[in-house]
Design a protein around this ligand. Sequence first.
Ligand code: DAT
Ligand code: MG
Length: 138
Amino acid sequence: TPVEETLVLVKPDGVARNLTGEILRRIEAKGYQLVDIRLVEADLELLTEHYAEHQGKPFFEPLLEFMQSGPIVAIRIAGHRVIEGFRALAGTTDPTTAAPGTIRGDLGRDWGLKVQQNLVHGSDSPESAARELALWFK
Ligand code: DAT
Ligand code: MG
Protein backbone atom coordinates (compact mmCIF):
# COMPACT_ATOMS: atom_id res chain seq x y z
CA THR A 1 0.00 0.00 0.00
CA PRO A 2 1.41 3.41 -0.85
CA VAL A 3 2.15 5.88 1.91
CA GLU A 4 -0.78 8.19 2.67
CA GLU A 5 -0.92 11.70 4.07
CA THR A 6 -3.53 13.19 6.38
CA LEU A 7 -4.35 16.47 8.08
CA VAL A 8 -4.24 16.69 11.86
CA LEU A 9 -5.39 19.82 13.69
CA VAL A 10 -4.62 20.48 17.33
CA LYS A 11 -7.73 22.52 18.08
CA PRO A 12 -7.69 25.71 20.20
CA ASP A 13 -8.38 23.76 23.42
CA GLY A 14 -5.39 21.49 22.79
CA VAL A 15 -3.05 24.41 22.08
CA ALA A 16 -4.36 26.38 25.08
CA ARG A 17 -3.83 23.37 27.38
CA ASN A 18 -0.24 22.93 26.12
CA LEU A 19 -1.03 19.48 24.74
CA THR A 20 0.54 20.01 21.29
CA GLY A 21 3.75 18.27 22.36
CA GLU A 22 1.89 15.31 23.87
CA ILE A 23 -0.18 14.91 20.70
CA LEU A 24 2.94 15.12 18.49
CA ARG A 25 4.62 12.59 20.78
CA ARG A 26 1.83 10.09 20.20
CA ILE A 27 1.93 10.65 16.42
CA GLU A 28 5.71 10.15 16.32
CA ALA A 29 5.63 7.17 18.69
CA LYS A 30 3.17 5.46 16.34
CA GLY A 31 5.78 5.85 13.59
CA TYR A 32 4.19 8.54 11.46
CA GLN A 33 6.38 11.12 9.77
CA LEU A 34 5.93 14.87 10.21
CA VAL A 35 5.82 16.48 6.77
CA ASP A 36 4.76 20.04 7.59
CA ILE A 37 3.50 22.00 10.59
CA ARG A 38 2.21 25.52 11.15
CA LEU A 39 0.44 27.65 13.76
CA VAL A 40 -2.72 29.13 12.27
CA GLU A 41 -5.31 31.66 13.35
CA ALA A 42 -8.06 30.29 11.15
CA ASP A 43 -10.59 32.70 9.65
CA LEU A 44 -14.26 32.10 9.01
CA GLU A 45 -13.72 31.41 5.31
CA LEU A 46 -11.17 28.65 5.91
CA LEU A 47 -13.28 27.07 8.66
CA THR A 48 -16.49 27.21 6.62
CA GLU A 49 -14.74 25.32 3.82
CA HIS A 50 -13.07 22.92 6.23
CA TYR A 51 -16.35 21.97 7.93
CA ALA A 52 -18.56 22.31 4.79
CA GLU A 53 -20.08 18.85 5.37
CA HIS A 54 -21.55 20.06 8.69
CA GLN A 55 -23.17 23.24 7.37
CA GLY A 56 -26.78 23.46 8.59
CA LYS A 57 -26.26 21.23 11.64
CA PRO A 58 -27.09 22.72 15.06
CA PHE A 59 -23.47 22.59 16.22
CA PHE A 60 -22.03 24.26 13.10
CA GLU A 61 -21.98 27.90 14.32
CA PRO A 62 -20.68 27.08 17.84
CA LEU A 63 -18.04 24.84 16.26
CA LEU A 64 -16.77 27.64 14.00
CA GLU A 65 -16.85 30.09 16.90
CA PHE A 66 -14.79 27.68 19.01
CA MET A 67 -12.29 27.09 16.19
CA GLN A 68 -11.70 30.87 16.03
CA SER A 69 -11.14 31.18 19.79
CA GLY A 70 -7.36 30.70 19.60
CA PRO A 71 -4.49 29.40 17.52
CA ILE A 72 -4.62 25.97 15.89
CA VAL A 73 -1.62 23.79 15.07
CA ALA A 74 -2.04 22.28 11.59
CA ILE A 75 0.08 19.20 10.96
CA ARG A 76 0.67 17.22 7.78
CA ILE A 77 1.70 13.64 8.55
CA ALA A 78 2.54 10.65 6.40
CA GLY A 79 2.51 6.91 6.89
CA HIS A 80 1.03 3.55 5.99
CA ARG A 81 -2.78 3.83 6.42
CA VAL A 82 -2.23 7.05 8.36
CA ILE A 83 -5.76 8.37 7.69
CA GLU A 84 -7.53 5.61 9.59
CA GLY A 85 -4.52 5.19 11.88
CA PHE A 86 -4.70 8.74 13.18
CA ARG A 87 -8.49 8.47 13.61
CA ALA A 88 -7.79 5.44 15.81
CA LEU A 89 -5.19 7.39 17.82
CA ALA A 90 -7.66 10.26 18.28
CA GLY A 91 -10.57 8.14 19.49
CA THR A 92 -14.28 8.70 18.88
CA THR A 93 -15.75 12.20 18.66
CA ASP A 94 -17.11 12.54 22.21
CA PRO A 95 -14.24 12.59 24.76
CA THR A 96 -16.55 11.27 27.49
CA THR A 97 -16.92 7.94 25.75
CA ALA A 98 -13.69 7.86 23.71
CA ALA A 99 -11.65 4.78 24.65
CA PRO A 100 -8.85 5.13 27.20
CA GLY A 101 -5.52 5.00 25.37
CA THR A 102 -6.72 7.47 22.74
CA ILE A 103 -5.96 11.20 22.64
CA ARG A 104 -9.57 12.15 23.31
CA GLY A 105 -10.09 9.33 25.81
CA ASP A 106 -6.96 10.10 27.83
CA LEU A 107 -6.74 13.88 27.58
CA GLY A 108 -10.27 15.12 26.83
CA ARG A 109 -11.45 16.23 30.22
CA ASP A 110 -15.06 15.61 31.14
CA TRP A 111 -15.98 18.66 33.17
CA GLY A 112 -19.00 19.68 31.17
CA LEU A 113 -17.04 20.69 28.12
CA LYS A 114 -18.81 20.74 24.79
CA VAL A 115 -18.22 17.89 22.34
CA GLN A 116 -16.46 20.33 20.02
CA GLN A 117 -13.67 20.70 22.59
CA ASN A 118 -12.19 17.35 21.69
CA LEU A 119 -8.58 18.41 21.14
CA VAL A 120 -7.92 17.19 17.61
CA HIS A 121 -9.24 16.87 14.09
CA GLY A 122 -8.19 14.13 11.69
CA SER A 123 -9.31 13.74 8.07
CA ASP A 124 -11.77 10.85 7.68
CA SER A 125 -11.04 9.60 4.12
CA PRO A 126 -8.50 9.94 1.30
CA GLU A 127 -10.84 12.46 -0.39
CA SER A 128 -11.18 14.53 2.80
CA ALA A 129 -7.44 14.39 3.41
CA ALA A 130 -6.61 15.70 -0.06
CA ARG A 131 -9.25 18.43 0.17
CA GLU A 132 -8.31 19.53 3.71
CA LEU A 133 -4.53 19.44 3.15
CA ALA A 134 -5.03 21.77 0.16
CA LEU A 135 -6.96 24.19 2.41
CA TRP A 136 -4.52 24.30 5.33
CA PHE A 137 -1.25 23.93 3.37
CA LYS A 138 -1.70 26.07 0.29
P1 DAT B 1 -14.87 14.10 14.13
O1 DAT B 1 -14.13 15.33 14.59
O2 DAT B 1 -14.72 12.98 15.10
O3 DAT B 1 -14.56 13.71 12.71
P2 DAT B 1 -17.41 15.12 13.09
O4 DAT B 1 -16.69 15.30 11.80
O5 DAT B 1 -18.66 14.33 13.09
O6 DAT B 1 -16.43 14.48 14.19
O7 DAT B 1 -17.76 16.52 13.71
C1 DAT B 1 -16.84 17.60 13.62
C2 DAT B 1 -16.74 18.28 14.96
O8 DAT B 1 -18.00 18.86 15.31
C3 DAT B 1 -16.41 17.33 16.11
O9 DAT B 1 -15.03 17.16 16.28
C4 DAT B 1 -17.04 18.02 17.28
C5 DAT B 1 -18.25 18.70 16.70
N1 DAT B 1 -19.46 17.90 16.86
C6 DAT B 1 -19.78 16.77 16.19
N2 DAT B 1 -20.95 16.28 16.59
C7 DAT B 1 -21.39 17.13 17.54
C8 DAT B 1 -22.58 17.20 18.34
N3 DAT B 1 -23.53 16.27 18.26
N4 DAT B 1 -22.69 18.22 19.23
C9 DAT B 1 -21.74 19.16 19.32
N5 DAT B 1 -20.60 19.17 18.59
C10 DAT B 1 -20.44 18.17 17.71
MG1 MG C 1 -14.94 14.76 10.93
